[in-house]
Design a protein around this ligand. Structure first.
Ligand SMILES: NC(=O)c1ccc[n+]([C@@H]2O[C@H](COP(=O)([O-])OP(=O)(O)OC[C@H]3O[C@@H](n4cnc5c(N)ncnc54)[C@H](OP(=O)(O)O)[C@@H]3O)[C@@H](O)[C@H]2O)c1
Length: 264
């Protein structure tokens, strides 16, 4: 198959690409780095010519309700329009378990994305996954202030982005199936504990301060609702196995790389 991956360079996108290539598919990458700004949506006609399915794992780093809605509505609208015009028969989208009723912050954009996909006219598959193990690292990077890390109270059932990427490729191969079974991880975790174990495993020094975030977003994280139901498909790689794997870039190495990139 020929697959176009929106967000191919991201945390899960790179695993989607690896899984697709390992299964012999022809992969096209849609990111700004490849010259495709999906919020603007230009140049997609050529990129989608001959494509069988689009897997959308593009994302924006924001906690703003307005910014998140604007991003996911624009990206989804532009992709669906271009898919319709190019005759692409399958749109595969990734969303998040437990976001129903949390029409705030980042999740507002994900709900808007789901509505667009479900009410669009391109046959679709919608997978919801729980937070990735990598989420602990994403949160740490955004909420570290010197040697202090301010971590929201959050109860999750995290899954390896590698397993989510492989599942998305299987779903693309299977053809449009609407809402797929949710995908969650093998064990329940508390976000601050994940961050502390990651720092210890990496030999990095930060003081972790756990705080309860206000509003609907904070309540959703703390409530445990993001863990989903027990009838979800469960991944096999737990957080500690992921920490020991090559998929995890040690914290200080990552911070050093980011600092070097900033310095040019
Ligand atoms: N992180 C989690 O724990 C989690 C859990 C469940 C579901 N999800 C969902 O998984 C998806 C991917 O999340 P992620 O954490 O892997 O994202 P990520 O690491 O932030 O990667 C985002 C990707 O989107 C691309 N991108 C951003 N803006 C773009 C634009 N305007 N045009 C084209 N490409 C653009 C980026 O490439 P460029 O910067 O080069 O453009 C990058 O490839 C999201 O929909 C998210 O909601 C995430």
């Amino acid at each position: 198959m020929r697959l176009a991956i929106a967000g191919a360079t991201g945390t899960v996108g790179r695993h989607v690409v690896a899984a697709a290539q390992a299964r012999g598919h022809d992969v096209r990458s849609l990111t700004r780095r490849d010259g495709h700004d999906l919020e603007v949506g230009t140049g997609l006609a050529d990129a989608l010519a001959g494509v069988d399915a689009v897997i959308d794992v593009a994302s924006v780093a924001t906690t703003s309700t307005r910014r998140s809605r604007a991003f996911f509505e624009a990206v989804t609208g532009n992709l669906l329009r271009a898919e319709r015009e190019a005759g692409v028969g399958h749109h595969v989208a990734l969303s998040i378990v437990g976001i129903d009723g949390v029409d705030a912050a980042y999740y507002a954009g994900k709900l808007a994305q789901e509505r667009r996909v479900e009410h669009g006219d391109v046959p679709y598959t919608l997978l919801r996954a729980t937070q990735f193990h990598e989420f602990a690292q994403q949160v740490l990077a955004q909420l570290s202030f010197g040697r202090i890390a301010v971590i929201p109270v959050g109860r999750f059932r995290p899954v390896a982005a590698r397993e989510v990427g492989a599942r998305l490729v299987e779903l693309a191969e299977a053809g449009p199936s609407g809402r797929a079974a949710d995908l969650s991880g093998p064990r329940d975790e508390r976000l601050a504990d994940m961050v502390r174990r990651m720092l210890a495993a990496d030999g990095a020094r930060r003081r972790v301060v756990e705080v309860r975030l206000p509003g609907a977003f904070g309540r959703a994280l703390a409530s445990g609702a993001m863990r989903g139901d027990d009838d979800a498909t469960r991944g096999r790689i737990d957080f500690d196995a992921w920490l020991r794997s090559a998929d995890h870039t040690p914290v200080e190495a990552k911070a050093d790389a980011a600092a070097s990139a900033r310095l040019g």
